[in-house]
Design a binder for this molecule. Structure first.
Ligand code: CMP
Length: 141
């Protein structure tokens, strides 16, 4: 079993697509291990995306990620990291396969509905970024 971190982004939350996305993830076999609803502040969004801090889109990305609440999920499944990226589709929804979450719910390369960890190392870091020791040491682990 493997874990990954997903974020349903402010565009998808604002458009009322949380239920559709959760339902799709569960149909694909992901188990929700931890979940929270949070409106990130600037420092929290900058911290999460620190690997992108030198990119030209960084300040716009932070502004987008703080415009409204997000839903943060720790998901579990065999091959969770690769499988979530497959279900999400390409970063740019124009290039995402039909039937993927980004093709169905995203509007642009920035406002792309959902984030998923890109490696086991990122997944560990990102899960620990959002979920506390008390959450991660409860009975769901
Ligand atoms: P995500 O998978 O969360 O990782 C980084 C995010 O930066 C990405 O999704 C998009 O929201 C955003 N992003 C990536 N590339 C671009 C780009 N070329 N222009 C604007 N935003 C981008």
């Amino acid at each position: 079993m493997e874990r990954t971190l997903a974020i349903i982004k402010p565009d998808a939350v604002g458009a009322g697509n949380v239920g559709n996305i959760l339902s799709r993830l569960q149909k694909e076999g992901f188990r929700i291990v931890h979940m929270k609803w949070i409106h990130l502040n600037q420092a929290q969004a900058e911290g999460f995306y620190q690997v992108h801090r030198m990119r030209p889109f960084f300040s716009s990305l932070v502004k987008f990620m703080t415009e409204g609440p997000v839903v943060v999920l720790a998901l579990e499944k065999e091959n969770a990291i690769a499988d979530l990226r497959k279900v999400m589709g390409a970063t740019d929804p124009a290039k995402a396969e039909p039937g993927t979450l980004r093709r169905d719910y995203a509007a642009s390369i920035e406002r792309n509905a959902i984030h998923g960890s890109d490696s086991a190392q990122s997944a560990d870091y990102e899960i620990a970024y959002f979920f506390s020791t008390i959450e991660l040491s409860g009975r769901s682990g």
